[in-house]
Each structure stands twice: as C-alpha cells, then as structure tokens.
Design a protein around this ligand. Structure first.
Ligand code: BEZ
Length: 357
C-alpha cells in the first residue's frame, strides 16, 4: 500500500446560498491486487463513519452516484459525513486500457482492496452504498470485516453466483448482442431500454463510446464470475449491520433482491421496492432514495429529527414503533413504495412507515 499518487481536483458543483465549496481529492493506492483510485469529498466528522460508495459495471463513481449526491435534499445528509467514492480499477476517468492478458481482480479481490483505502485514509468505520456489482463487493467486504461496517445500502444486489441456466442465457445473448448492450440490459429494464428515454440514450452513449470499454468488459466478466455470497438467515454467514435493500419495481434484479432479503436478519434489514424507478433508482428517483436513506441513517442514530424535512418529520411518529430514532439501532421493516400514493410503507403489518416521495 506504499505507493500513492494524489491529484487535487476542485469539482464544479452548483452551490446553495451560504455553502462553501467542497474540495474533492482523488487518490490512488497500491494494493496486493493492483492500484485503486478513489475520490474523497468533505472532511472526516468526529465519531461518524465515512460513507463509502461502490458503483456498478459500466459506470464509475460519477456516472453512478452524481445524480444522488448532488440532489438538493441529499445535501443535509452528506454534510454530516465524509464521502469516499471508489472507482473499480480501470473505471476512473482517463484510465488507460489494461494490457492484453491483464488479470482483472475478482469481486472478492476488489472487496479486499477496501481495507487498503481505509487504512490509507485512517478511517475506521463506514456506511456503504453500493449498486449491483458494487453492492456485492461491499457485502463481501462487510462479511469479512463486520466490525468496520455500520450500515449498508444495497441497490440491485444479486448475492448468488450465476447458475448454469443463467450462463446459458448469458452465452446466447452474447452471440447477438454487444458488450455494451449486455451491460445496459444489466443496468436497466427491458421496458426502459425500448422506451429509449434521454437517460437511456445518455448511458448507452457513455458505455458504448467509453475509451476504456475493454476495462469495463473485464469488470463485467468478474461480475459474471462472482461466487455465491452464501448468505444464510440465522447462519454464520450473514450481514450483522443494518441493511437497506433497494430495487426498482421493474428492475432486472428484483427477484435476486427479494431472495437476498429472505436470507438476511429481518431485525436488521429494510427492503425498499421503489415504484417508477426502473433499473437505477439512484439516477431516476434520487428524491425518494434520499428520503429512504435519511430514515435509514436516522434509525442508526445519525440524523437528528431536526435534519428531517418537514413532511418526513411529521410522519416520523408513525415510524417510531418499528424503528428507533433515538440513536439505537433500527429494528426490521420491509418497505414497499406505492406509485399511486407516492408513499413508502413498511411492514410487518401494523408497522407502517411512510416517507414523502
Ligand atoms: C459528493 O458530494 O459526495 C459527490 C459529488 C459529486 C459526485 C459524487 C459524489
């Protein structure tokens, strides 16, 4: 972990009145599996974990998380945390293409790079936010380092290795589709892809024209070769921290996330199925996701109710029977989001959590 390069970048980010500009600092650190780049926003806050993000295949930290972290209401959350945004190797902006034959790290090895990042930054605990492959990597990291993970927001996680049926389907699709189309099919629902909205066109362009498409293919291959996380409810291999599972109601990974929910400790897990969000809720519904993250952090004792929006605050009372807001850990709930009412409700039946959407 000895060799470090540091680049200081000042981000262009619209500021709210009274806000001072935040400096983003990009670092690279050597690990046993090669170098990894990450960008730190904000300054460490005493007695608070860092928020650490990990993006999905086909994306980098910016294309995956910028819409969420620059969303207006998100500012009241992130000002309380230092943020570490990891780019998977070869995905950082301007990354050179790896030489032919380069052995790209497995997802498990990518997870094993995280301690090098935290040691370099001297951060002891994190709250992870991951999407797809990034959600898997953060879960693997959490299984190996339970004491350092205070909470996880896992969007579109598939904790299972590909079965032979999935492989057959994958191979068949590979005969007729380009890598970029296969990755788009992983990120977005078929319905979104055929509607071909501006967002889809934007991401289709980003991926298909990426100068590092060969690197992206290597990350994609590692994702498809992932091992089963072997999560087992009540067993030895389970996530011990509070977890919020998130999936769009038409997302390609809905079944996988539902199954993941069934394998986690119900007293520590919230499940949020988000209506009208397609495959990437953090891009299409940053407001709803921000609201849910606020509740999640509040359940962990990190968001004082004075930080909650007026609407959220007025609804907090209905949450208190299911989740503590006084600094103790949250206690199980399943949330589903109804498109008609525009609210989030939580189970088990009788415990209803609503957040404004
Ligand atoms: C942040 O403030 O953490 C952030 C800003 C831009 C892109 C991603 C994250």
């Amino acid at each position: 972990m000895a060799e470090l390069q540091e680049v200081q970048i000042t981000e262009e980010k619209p500021l709210l009145p009274g806000q001072t500009p935040e400096v983003a600092k990009t670092h690279s650190v050597e690990t046993p599996y090669g170098s990894v780049t990450f960008t730190v926003y904000g300054t460490p806050k005493p007695k608070r974990p860092a928020i650490l993000t990990y993006h999905d295949v086909g994306l980098n930290y910016k294309s995956c998380f910028q819409s969420l972290f620059q969303f207006g209401d998100m500012q009241e959350i992130i000002q309380n945390f230092v943020r570490v945004h990891v780019d998977a190797p070869g995905m950082e902006e301007g990354a050179p293409v790896f030489p032919v034959g380069y052995q790209y790290p497995s997802l498990d090895q990518l997870a094993d790079m995280i301690p090098c990042i935290l040691q370099y930054l001297n951060f002891s605990t994190i709250i992870g936010i991951g999407v797809g492959a990034g959600a898997y990597i953060l879960s693997r990291y959490a299984l190996n380092h339970q004491d350092t993970v205070e909470g996880l927001v896992l969007i579109n996680i598939d904790p299972n290795a590909k079965g032979w049926m999935d492989w057959a389907a994958h191979k068949l699709t590979g005969l007729t589709s380009s890598i970029s189309e296969m990755i788009l099919g992983h990120l977005f629902s078929q319905e979104e892809l055929s509607r071909n909205s501006e967002l889809i066109q934007k991401y289709r362009n980003i991926i298909a024209r990426a100068p590092n498409l060969d690197n992206i293919e290597l990350y994609w291959n590692s994702y498809n070769n992932r091992r089963d996380l072997n999560l087992e409810r009540g067993g030895d291999i389970t996530l011990k921290c509070p977890v919020m599972l998130v999936v769009g109601d038409q997302a390609p990974h809905e079944d996988a996330v539902v199954e993941c929910n069934s394998k986690l400790d119900p007293t520590q897990t919230s499940f949020l199925k988000m209506a009208d969000s397609g495959g990437q809720p953090q891009l299409t519904q940053p407001g709803k996701l921000t609201e849910a993250i606020k509740y999640f952090l509040q359940g962990m004792g990190y968001m004082a109710s004075s930080c909650m929006t007026r609407l959220s605050r007025s609804r907090t009372a209905s949450l208190t029977s299911a989740a503590s807001i006084d600094g103790s850990r949250s206690r199980s709930r399943t949330m589903s989001q109804s498109s008609e009412s525009g609210t989030l409700s939580s189970g088990p039946p009788g415990h209803t959590m609503e957040v404004s959407c």
